[in-house]
Design a protein around this ligand. Structure first.
Ligand SMILES: [Zn+2]
Length: 221
C-alpha cells in the first residue's frame, strides 16, 4: 500500500516549508501539479500540447487532461511507495479524479493501491492576517522576514544584502482577509470530503515551526 499525502491550509499557514521537509524525510517525490503542467507544455508532450490549446484561449485545462498528466507522472518508479501532492486536489471534482487515477495506478502496478491522507494546517484567521501584515521581503534576494517572529538583525534591512526591506502591496489586512475567505470557501468541501472518509488529519499550525513539524510526523507515521 502506498502512502499519499495531500496538504490543505491557507496561504501563510507554513505548509510549504513543511511539505518539502516531509518529502525529504520520507524520501517521497514532492509533486507540484502546477510545475508538472508547465513542464509538459515546455517539453511539448501530447498532454502539454493539448493543455496549451485551452490555455491559449484563456480557458481552464480540462480535468481529464490534468488527470492524464498526473497519472503519467505517478507511473514513474520514484512514486512507487508514495508521494506528496502539492496544489492538487483543489476541489471535490479533482479529489474524485484523484481516486480514478489511483484505480488506474492500482491496475498498472498490480498492487493494493493507495492510502490517501489529507493533512489540514489549521491556523485561526486572525493569526494568519497578523502574519501577513507583518511580512517583509528583500527586493534583492527575495528572503522573507517577519516583524513578529523572524526579525532582521538590523531593523528594516536584509541580513544578507543590507538593502531596505519592502512590504508587498497585497500584504495588507483587507486583501489578506479576502484571500482567506476565498480559500476557506474552496477548501471547506475538501475538508468535508476527506473528513467523511476518515482520511483527514488536522494539525494545530499556530505553533512554532519545530512543534508543527513534530506534530506532522506524528500524523504521517
Ligand atoms: Zn536580501
Amino acid at each position: 500500500m502506498k502512502n499519499v499525502f495531500i496538504f490543505l491550509g491557507p496561504p501563510g499557514s507554513g505548509k510549504g516549508t513543511q511539505t518539502s521537509r516531509l518529502a525529504e524525510e520520507l524520501n517521497f517525490p514532492h509533486i507540484d501539479t502546477g510545475s508538472l503542467l508547465r513542464q509538459n507544455i515546455k517539453e511539448q508532450t501530447p498532454y502539454g500540447i493539448e493543455a496549451k490549446k485551452y490555455m491559449d484561449k484563456g480557458q481552464l485545462v480540462p480535468i481529464e487532461i490534468v488527470q492524464d498528466i498526473i497519472f503519467e507522472r505517478l507511473k514513474k518508479d520514484d512514486a512507487k511507495n508514495g508521494y506528496i501532492l502539492d496544489g492538487y486536489p483543489r476541489s471535490v471534482e479533482q479529489a474524485e479524479a484523484l481516486e480514478v487515477i489511483h484505480e488506474k495506478l492500482k491496475e498498472y502496478w498490480n498492487d493494493n493501491g493507495a492510502k490517501v491522507t489529507a493533512v489540514y494546517f489549521d491556523v485561526p484567521m486572525e493569526k494568519l492576517v497578523e502574519r501577513l501584515v507583518n511580512r517583509r521581503s528583500c527586493p534583492m534576494c527575495g528572503e522573507i522576514y517577519n516583524l513578529k517572529n523572524k526579525k532582521p538583525l538590523k531593523e528594516g534591512f536584509c541580513d544578507k544584502c543590507g538593502v531596505e526591506l519592502v512590504q508587498r502591496t497585497d500584504d495588507n489586512e483587507e486583501t489578506a482577509r479576502l484571500r482567506f475567505e476565498t480559500y476557506n470557501k474552496e477548501t471547506k468541501p475538501l475538508l468535508d470530503y476527506y473528513g467523511n472518509k476518515n482520511n483527514l488529519k488536522t494539525i494545530d499550525a499556530d505553533k512554532d515551526i519545530e512543534e508543527v513539524w513534530n506534530n506532522l510526523l506524528k500524523v504521517v507515521k
